[in-house]
Design a protein around this ligand. Structure first.
Ligand SMILES: *[C@@H]1O[C@H](CO)[C@@H](O)[C@H](O)[C@H]1NC(C)=O
Ligand SMILES: *[C@@H]1O[C@H](CO)[C@@H](O)[C@H](O)[C@H]1NC(C)=O
Ligand SMILES: *[C@@H]1O[C@H](CO)[C@@H](O)[C@H](O)[C@H]1NC(C)=O
Ligand SMILES: *[C@@H]1O[C@H](CO)[C@@H](O)[C@H](O)[C@H]1NC(C)=O
Ligand SMILES: *[C@@H]1O[C@H](CO)[C@@H](O)[C@H](O)[C@H]1NC(C)=O
Length: 507
């Protein structure tokens, strides 16, 4: 959405200028155009292949600088073969993890290669990554560049302020806010709220308060401003301050919302003040701010954590009598709570009957929660039945659906057939990619069950996927293979481990 807005804005300004200024070509006029999403279809390598090649070239720059990455890309990747699209840039930028040098190198090269200007979203991603990795001067350089390009919004500054505050540099965050005018942005309520929210979320609610006291004569607060403080005080477990904020809010003529109160309710649950929870629920009714299903879901979930499952389930009765209708999220929470409380038949009844009676449909998370609850209590047959129901309902499972089933299978240690069946579903039916945790779970379980061959095959596959194994995983596998005198396998494991050490850095 953002992208198309920018593109159309740009087109509009080009249109406008070409009539007023009399300069001939759009390209000259706008400097460099924004890349379009569609251009990828027209020519060049398929996007996935392009991404793979670029990643490959970059992975060979070992411990290099940003300039090294750019140089290497210029040397090894022919621009004419690749159409740099917005989606390619964005997906690659997200894929460098914390490696800001590679990301920055790619970012620079992509602009050179395509002659295109980066989008606001790509710039923001880069700004955020530099901030995350505490490259603050580079981050600010990029922000200046954005100002010159004329693409800068409050969203960019939100990221900058958040990263400064996250690194404990909250004075810089405030400074950035004070400088907003020089970037052509206005210090309005929205901007102030971003600063206050950033400070509050990073445990500087008192600083946020001071900032607010200074600003409030110039910038009018809104209801959201006070919600930020309620949230911040609750997070700092200073519920009395949060309650005081509500009074202040009312003084300004804003009504606290269900969300405002739900935040306080959650904090009361954490503070183990159950009677206060009920008091506040009553007060909400009295004020005509009727607790909704989100409120009850939050309260139930927090009470389960702080007071155990019985207290949580009592809230369900309260909700029922107040006439509030449950939704999918509520039921997912309820099934989770019942499952954890060991009340499987009730969980099952909610899942089988109540949801249906209330016309609430199950989603992926409902099925996953139910399967997990059954597996948690070693009810393999019931869990598999839920899996079948899920498939009958055309709900596509994800890896989380299978993890508890795999765990159960391996715990019981005898169900090779079932494991084969599940693996077949995961790999062949749903084409889910296993992650590090699942590979580790499987390899450890299979080693314990004496299925060294199978464990090794998975290990090999894992390395092929460039997933770095944990040390204890390959050590266990190696020990098993050695004990069974599988000499060939022992050698292969050692080679694979060596190979895995060079992922991302092979020259
Ligand atoms: C990476 O480069 C830095 C500076 O160029 C150097 O100090 C460091 O030892 C290098 N690290 C590795 C693992 O080569
Ligand atoms: C939090 O719990 C403590 C101990 O039960 C209690 O003294 C205190 O008043 C509670 N705080 C709030 C704001 O309710
Ligand atoms: C809510 O109340 C109705 C009627 O009082 C009852 O049939 C239903 O089982 C209750 N639901 C829950 C979740 O307690
Ligand atoms: C799933 O659908 C099949 C075919 O309609 C049916 O035989 C089976 O009983 C269903 N399974 C469950 C658990 O509902
Ligand atoms: C794994 O072992 C290697 C040496 O064999 C060591 O350098 C590395 O830090 C270990 N990794 C972890 C995560 O412990």
């Amino acid at each position: 959405m953002l992208l198309s807005n920018w593109t159309s804005l740009l087109r509009l300004s080009i249109y406008f200028l070409s009539f007023s200024g009399g300069i001939g070509f759009c390209n000259e006029l706008s400097g460099s155009p924004l890349c379009t999403q569609e251009s990828i279809v027209s020519f060049g390598l398929e996007e996935k292949e392009a991404a793979r090649r670029i990643r490959h070239v970059i992975s060979r720059v070992c411990n290099g600088t940003v300039e090294d990455v750019v140089k290497r890309l210029q040397h090894y990747q022919d621009c004419s073969q690749i159409q740099i699209s917005v989606s390619l840039v964005e997906s690659l930028l997200g894929g460098f993890g914390d490696d800001w040098k590679s990301a920055m190198g790619f970012f620079r090269w992509a602009a050179l290669c395509s002659g295109c200007k980066h989008t606001l979203r790509s710039y923001n991603k880069m700004v955020d990554l530099l901030g995350k990795m505490k490259q603050f001067s580079r981050m600010l350089e990029l922000v200046s560049e954005m100002r010159e390009e004329g693409i800068i919004t409050l969203e960019t500054f939100a990221k900058v302020m958040r990263r400064f505050t996250g690194a404990g540099k909250y004075e810089q965050a405030i400074e950035v806010f004070n400088d907003l005018d020089s970037f052509g942005l206005t210090k309005n309520t929205e901007a102030m709220n971003i600063l206050l929210d950033t400070l509050s979320k990073e445990k500087h609610v008192e600083t946020a308060r001071e900032v607010f006291l200074e600003l409030k004569s110039k910038i009018p607060p809104d209801a959201y401003t006070f919600n930020i403080f309620v949230h911040g005080w609750c997070k700092a477990n200073r519920i009395d301050e949060a309650e005081w904020t509500i009074l202040e809010m009312k003084g300004y003529g804003f009504r606290p919302s269900v969300i405002t109160y739900s935040t306080i309710l959650e904090a009361q649950c954490r503070n183990r003040s159950v009677h206060k929870v009920y008091e506040l629920l009553d007060k909400m009714h009295a004020e005509g701010c009727i607790p909704n299903v989100v409120t009850y879901t939050i309260v139930m979930h927090s009470l389960a954590k702080s007071h155990g499952y019985e207290a949580a389930l009592q809230i369900v009765d309260r909700m029922n009598t107040s006439g509030c209708k449950p939704d999918t999220l509520f039921y997912n929470s309820l099934i989770y709570v019942l499952g954890r409380a060991g009340r499987l038949s009730e969980a099952s009844r909610v899942f089988e009957m109540d949801m249906h009676l209330n016309g609430v449909t199950a989603d992926l998370s409902t099925y996953n929660t139910m399967i997990s609850a059954f597996c948690h209590h070693s009810c393999e047959k019931e869990a598999l039945e839920v899996l079948e129901k899920m498939e009958n309902a055309s709900c596509v499972p994800d890896l989380l659906t299978y993890t508890p089933l795999l765990k159960l299978c391996l715990k019981k240690g005898k169900t090779v057939d079932l494991l084969s069946f599940l693996m077949n579903d995961i790999v062949n039916k749903y084409h889910l990619s296993l992650d590090l945790a699942t590979y580790s779970l499987l390899i450890h379980g299979l080693c314990r069950a004496g299925k060294t061959d199978w464990a090794f095959l998975l290990f090999e596959e894992m390395i092929n996927q460039e997933i770095v194994p944990r040390n204890r995983t390959w050590k266990l596998l190696l020990k098993e293979a050695e004990q069974k005198s599988m000499h060939g396998t022992v050698e292969r494991i050692k080679e694979l481990v060596k190979q895995s050490r060079h992922f991302g850095c092979s020259e």
